[in-house]
Design a binder for this molecule. Structure first.
Ligand code: HEM
Length: 450
C-alpha cells in the first residue's frame, strides 16, 4: 500500500478561484469527467465554487468501497435536497436509519416474484398504447417512450389508466422536473417565496401532484377494495422496527419518489435502445429472430421474459453505453480512507457509470454497441463495479428488476408489430445530461407496420 493521499496530494485541473470547475462541468459533464479519468486516473480533484471540494472516482474497486463496504461514511449529495420539495423524506433522499426502515418496508413490493405480477400490466399498457401508432408516420420516440412508461407506472402503482394518469400526474411532473433541474444547476438558488414566474409554476406543479396523490390515497383508504398494485402493497406493509404502517405523508413521499426515479430513467433507456437498434441492422435481425422463435404471433406473456435473453443483452448493452443515471453523487459524512486516499467530511464524490462503462480497461472496443459481449458471463470476469447502471450497495436501485422487465416487454411488444427507422432528415444524435441522460432534442423515428 502506498502513502495515503489527501486533497493536497491528489491531482486535478486548475479551476477559476471563484467558480472552480463548475462551468466546465456544467457545459459538458460527460466530457469533463471522461477527461479527468483519462488524465488523472482513479481519483481526480476539482472544485464547485470557491469552497466545495469534489473528487471524481473512476476505479471500480474504490467505487465498491464507497457504495458498499464503507457506505456508512457517506450520505447522498446535497444537490438532491432540491428534490425534497416534492419527494420529502422518501427513499431517494432520506438517510441512515430512516432510509433503512423505509427500504425494508418497500423492498418486498419490488421482489422478482412480485414484479411478475406487474408484468401483465406492462404488456397490456404497451399493447394498448402502440396500437394507435399509424403505419408510415413519424413519431418523437423519446416522447412516446415517456408516455408508455408513464402509463405503466400509473397502472402498476395505482391501477389508473393512461389518460387519467397523464393529465393528473404526467404533465405536472414534467413541469416540475424541468424547473427542478434549473434549481439544482443554479449557482444562486432563489428562495421559493419570491413570486417569480418559475417559482410560481414550480410550486403549482408540486401542489397539483400533492393534491392528486392525497386524493388517490384517501379514496383507497375509504374503499374496501383490496388491491395488489404498488399502492396496495405499500399500504399493507408494516415496519419490522415499530410494527407501524406508513402515514399518508410517508406514502405520498414514497409514491412520488418511485414516480420520479422510475419514469424518466426507463423512458430514456428505452429511447436509447430503440435508437441503437435502428443503427445496427444485424442486432435488429437477431432481435426479430428471437421474438419469432420465442413468441411468434401469439400474445406476449410475462414468463416469456426469461427466454428473451438476446433482448435482455441488447438492453444491458444500451445501459452500458447510455446509463440514464450517468453520475452518482455522495458527500463524505465522516473522514474515511478509500484505497490509498483519505476523503474528509464535507467533501463530495462523483462516480460516473458512463465513464467507467466506456473505459477500455474493462471493455473491448468500448464505444461500439455489441450486445453479444454480455453472453458468456462477461460480468463474472469483470470487477463488480465496472458495470453498474443501477448503482450498488444498500442504495442500489430498488426498481432494477422492474426496469429490466419493463424494458424487455416494451421492446418485444414494439418489434413484434412494427419496424422502426430513424427519420431520414435526423440531426446528429447527442446525449444531453440533465437529471438523467437523454438524447438531445429527442429521437424521431418512422414506424412501419409488419
Ligand atoms: C433503466 C432504468 C433505471 C435506472 C438506470 C436507474 C438507476 C438508479 C440508480 C443508479 C440508483 C442509485 C442512485 C444512488 O446510489 O445515488 C437508483 C435508485 C433508485 N431507483 Fe432507479 N433506476 C431505474 C429505474 C427505476 C424504476 C423503474 C424505479 C421504480 C419503479 C426506480 C426507483 C428507484 C428508487 C426508489 C431509488 C432510490 C433507492 C434508495 O436510495 O434506496 N428506478 N436508480
Amino acid at each position: 500500500m502506498g502513502k495515503i493521499k489527501d486533497w493536497h496530494q491528489i491531482k486535478g485541473p486548475r479551476g477559476s478561484w471563484l467558480s472552480g470547475n463548475l462551468k466546465e462541468f456544467q457545459k459538458d459533464p460527460l466530457l469533463f469527467l471522461t477527461q479527468l479519468s483519462n488524465v488523472y486516473g482513479d481519483v481526480a480533484k476539482f472544485r464547485f465554487g470557491p469552497f466545495q471540494k469534489v473528487y471524481h472516482v473512476s476505479n471500480p474497486d474504490l467505487i465498491k468501497e464507497i457504495l458498499v463496504s464503507k457506505q456508512k461514511n457517506f450520505i447522498k449529495s446535497k444537490d438532491l435536497n432540491v428534490l425534497k420539495d416534492v419527494v420529502g423524506e422518501g427513499l431517494l433522499t432520506s438517510e441512515k436509519e430512516m432510509h433503512l426502515k423505509q427500504r425494508r418496508l418497500i423492498q418486498p413490493a419490488f421482489k422478482k416474484t412480485h414484479i411478475t405480477q406487474y408484468a401483465q400490466d406492462m404488456i397490456d399498457v404497451t399493447a394498448n398504447y402502440i396500437s394507435d401508432w399509424e403505419d408510415g408516420r413519424e413519431y418523437l420516440m423519446s416522447k412516446e417512450m415517456m408516455n408508455v412508461t408513464l402509463g405503466i407506472i400509473t397502472k402498476t402503482m395505482f391501477s389508473m389508466d393512461f389518460k387519467e394518469g397523464s393529465e393528473a400526474i404526467g404533465q405536472p411532473i414534467e413541469t416540475y422536473m424541468k424547473l427542478a433541474v434549473k434549481r439544482m444547476r443554479a449557482i444562486v438558488r432563489l428562495p421559493l417565496w419570491l413570486p417569480t414566474k418559475n417559482n410560481k409554476s414550480y410550486k403549482k406543479s408540486i401542489h397539483i401532484l400533492e393534491q392528486t396523490l392525497t386524493n388517490i390515497i384517501e379514496d383507497r383508504r375509504k374503499s374496501d377494495e383490496r388491491n395488489e398494485d404498488l399502492l396496495g402493497m405499500l399500504m399493507k406493509a408494516r415496519s419490522e422496527v415499530d410494527g407501524l404502517r406508513m402515514s399518508n405523508q410517508q406514502l405520498m413521499d414514497e409514491l412520488m419518489t418511485i414516480f420520479l426515479a422510475g419514469h424518466e430513467t426507463t423512458a430514456n433507456a428505452l429511447t436509447w435502445t430503440l435508437f441503437l437498434i435502428s443503427q445496427h441492422p444485424i442486432v435488429m435481425k437477431k432481435l426479430n429472430e428471437e421474438i419469432n422463435e420465442v413468441i411468434g404471433d401469439r400474445n406476449i406473456q410475462p414468463d416469456d421474459f426469461s427466454k428473451l435473453t438476446y433482448t435482455q443483452n441488447v438492453f444491458w448493452e444500451s445501459l452500458r453505453l447510455f446509463p440514464p443515471a450517468y453520475v452518482i453523487g455522495r458527500q463524505v459524512d465522516s473522514d474515511v480512507e478509500i484505497g490509498d486516499y483519505v476523503f474528509k467530511k464535507g467533501e463530495m464524490i462523483l462516480i460516473s457509470p458512463y465513464v467507467v462503462h466506456r473505459s477500455p480497461l474493462y471493455f473491448e472496443d468500448p464505444t461500439s454497441f455489441i450486445p453479444e459481449r454480455f453472453e458468456k458471463d462477461l460480468l463474472k470476469t469483470l470487477p463488480s463495479f465496472a458495470f453498474f447502471p443501477f448503482g450498488g450497495g444498500p442504495r442500489v436501485c430498488i426498481g432494477n428488476h422492474f426496469a429490466v422487465m419493463e424494458a424487455v416487454l416494451v421492446l418485444v411488444s414494439i418489434f413484434q408489430r412494427y419496424h422502426l427507422t430513424l427519420a431520414p432528415d435526423h440531426h446528429d444524435v447527442k446525449p444531453q445530461p440533465l437529471i438523467t441522460l437523454r438524447p438531445k432534442q429527442g429521437i424521431r423515428m418512422i414506424v412501419t407496420k409488419k
